[in-house]
Design a protein around this ligand. Structure first.
Ligand code: ADP
Length: 637
């Protein structure tokens, strides 16, 4: 608590304001010096003027030869009242000017003294003017010359420190604060506004998490029986599944202090900062027990250590991770600190992080199923003004594979589309548009496509459509369109079934569908086009995955080079020999050829339908399930 306060106080002293005061003081001082040294007010004159108008009139009190190069003339106070001196008579604030009143430059001191002697030849000894020599007369100028660069340097430093503080120590931070953790603290008086009400679904995960929070609040109930409160909990799930949302809700519900930060906030361009931030974070947490630390995107610091180090500068990340591990080992169980972390790449996390005593509890947040999607729609539809025709059940059915974030996006898009149409409420048609938009990127009607290209695209899309319609293991097709969306010129929508495993036939037929577009082009135009780039890329990737990871080819059956740790990602070497590499390449080529042949075969068998479908697509641009059924007949299950 004390420490926290102290760092806040430090943070409050804005470096800019404090240093500004010094700058003003310095400027005032310099100005004062300049004014005080009224030599600057001495008028320039010449030898002859000096000689005739001052020296010969016996008005000169003293002559000072400064630095052997300038002569400073002091006029007698009595003579200052003469008219010719009225310009120099008054000093600061109207007082009598103490002099020097005039100055002029000389070439050499010898010549000048000789001239002076000659000029005073007729003077009596009392009348002769005293000559004094001075050196380094402007001592303050010298000081200024020293101080100015220093001052500029200081100014530059303060400026840089300010910038650094903004980037490293956070806004308003002090430059010395960049080793401090940037965790946001939710505590009494600053509670997170999110509660579990806003998180739809995930009932099991919620119960489990609340149980752990209960551990924190009343450890005796568990420790009485000898149980240990878990130290680390890992939330794992694809992005957009609400991990951050869940953490915020925990902060809102737990009733204990909650430190929240992102993994990337540990790592800065300065070496050693990450580790010191981890230390600081745990120091702060220890003073606020019981409490929860939440680290979002822990994979930024928690990647597998080791091999990649040889050609990647990741020492900083490693030392941060090591510090985190040390800190987690450092506190005894039941001290009342629980570390939670979220990631969508649990597979690339360093195994050391997942060991018992660290993040040993894993809570999986998968993509929501239909019921959960319905609940998520429920949450995001609540603030919207809806029409009467809204069917949440149907919407949830139309959005398989959508994450919570996608659904939130659909709801917002639907509201935007309705607003653009100046409607009073949001109807089902707005939601269809929104879903299309989220699936395929923005609809672009402005892209210029020539009629010939359009024909080509309709045959390409019809190819996909027919192959998918005719093959039994492919997801059912719901819509085909030749309206360009985002990068693609046409698109086909499938209704993916919810399943966890895919058989070889399913994968193979999927490959056939991907190649169906190009097969149609080749069949109809006896030529192929660049329009299939995206398909080919996906098909090749999938074929490689089938051969080298899923062990689905004859020659390499049941062998997988998949690396779940991700450690090999950065390595240049392959884990297999040249011969195996050749085998893999050959198997992939065969697989693609087979798939392409099958697609061509299917299309050849249904050429009439292909032409009909392409014609209709050309006319209507978008075909729904009924149009497809009219031409292709009911699809076999
Ligand atoms: P992650 O951290 O897993 O990438 P987020 O927590 O950032 O995902 O989720 C992004 C948004 O998605 C949330 O702000 C919320 O609007 C929405 N969302 C995700 N899951 C849910 C859910 N279960 N219930 C309600 N909204 C959700």
């Amino acid at each position: 608590m004390e420490k926290q306060k102290k760092s806040n106080e430090l943070g409050d002293l804005k470096p800019g304001k404090k240093s500004l005061r010094w700058i003003y003081l310095f400027l005032l001082l310099s100005l004062g010096l300049i004014l005080w040294n009224n030599r600057w007010s001495a008028r320039e004159t010449t030898w002859s003027d000096f000689n005739e108008k001052m020296l010969q009139q016996h008005d000169v009190a003293k002559i000072e030869i400064a630095n052997n190069e300038a002569v400073l003339v002091y006029i007698k106070p009595d003579s200052l009242s003469k008219k010719q001196y009225k310009d120099v008579a008054n000093g600061l604030l109207g007082s009598a000017h103490p002099g020097p009143h005039y100055h002029f430059r000389i070439g050499s001191v010898e010549v000048f003294t000789q001239q002076l002697d000659d000029a005073q030849a007729g003077f009596s000894p009392q009348e002769k003017v005293a000559v004094v020599y001075s050196k380094n007369d402007s001592w303050w100028m010298t000081i200024l010359a020293w101080l100015l660069p220093l001052f500029l340097l200081a100014l530059f430093w303060i400026f840089m420190a300010g910038r650094l503080a903004n980037t490293a120590g956070g806004p308003g931070g002090n430059v010395f604060n960049f080793g401090k953790s940037k965790a946001v603290l939710f505590d009494k008086g600053n509670l997170s506004p999110v509660t579990f009400k806003e998180v739809a679904g995930y009932e099991e995960a919620k119960t489990e998490i609340m149980e752990i929070v209960e551990f924190l609040k009343k450890p005796e109930t568990f420790t009485r029986l000898g149980a240990k409160v878990p130290k680390g909990i890992l939330l794992v799930g694809p992005s957009g599944t609400g991990k951050t949302l869940m953490a915020k809700a925990i902060a809102g519900e737990a009733g204990v202090p909650f430190f929240s930060l992102s993994g990337s906030e540990f790592v800065e361009m300065f070496v050693g900062v990450g580790a010191s931030r981890v230390r600081d974070l745990f120091d702060q947490a220890m003073q606020k027990t019981p409490c929860i630390i939440f680290i979002d995107e822990i994979d930024t610091i928690g990647r597998v250590r080791g091999k990649a180090a040889s050609f990647q500068v990741n020492d900083e990340r490693e030392s941060t991770l090591n510090q985190l591990l040390t800190e987690m080992d450092g506190f005894a169980p039941n001290t009342g600190v629980i570390v939670m972390a979220a990631t969508n790449r649990a597979d690339i996390l360093d195994p050391a992080l997942l060991r018992p005593g660290r993040f040993d509890r894993h809570i999986y947040l998968e993509l929501p199923n239909k019921k959960e999607r319905e609940a998520i729609f429920g949450v995001h539809l609540r603030p919207l003004t809806l029409g009467k025709d809204i069917d949440v059940d149907y919407l949830a059915g139309q959005t398989p594979g959508f994450s919570g974030a996608d659904i939130a996006n659909v709801c917002n898009e639907a509201a935007l589309i309705a607003a653009r149409g100046k409607k009073d409420n949001i109807g089902m048609s707005d939601f269809y548009g929104a879903i299309d938009r989220v699936v395929g990127g923005l609809e672009k009607k402005t892209r210029v496509i020539t009629p010939q290209e359009k024909k080509w695209i309709s045959y390409h899309e019809s190819g996909h459509a027919i192959v998918s319609w005719m093959l039994p293991h492919v997801d059912p097709l719901v819509k085909v369109s030749i309206i360009p969306r985002g990068k693609s010129l046409g698109s086909a929508w499938y209704l993916p079934a919810e399943r966890q495993i895919l058989t070889r036939s399913q994968l193979f037929e999927h490959l056939c569908v991907m190649l169906g577009g190009r097969a149609a082009e080749a069949l109809v135009f006896h030529e192929v086009s660049s329009g299939a780039l995206d398909d080919l890329e996906k098909a090749t990737k999938q074929a490689y995955m089938m051969v080298s990871e899923l062990g689905m080819s004859d020659k390499m059956a049941n062998i997988s080079f998949y690396d779940s740790t991700g450690a090999r990602d950065t390595l240049l070497q392959k884990p297999y020999s040249e011969e195996t590499a050749k085998l893999i390449d050959e198997a992939v080529r065969n697989l693609i050829r087979e798939a392409f042949d099958k697609a061509t075969g299917t299309l050849t068998a249904h050429q009439t339908e292909l032409h009909q479908l392409a014609d209709l697509l050309l006319r209507k641009e978008t075909l729904g399930k009924e149009d497809l059924e009219n031409i292709l007949g009911e699809r076999g299950k």
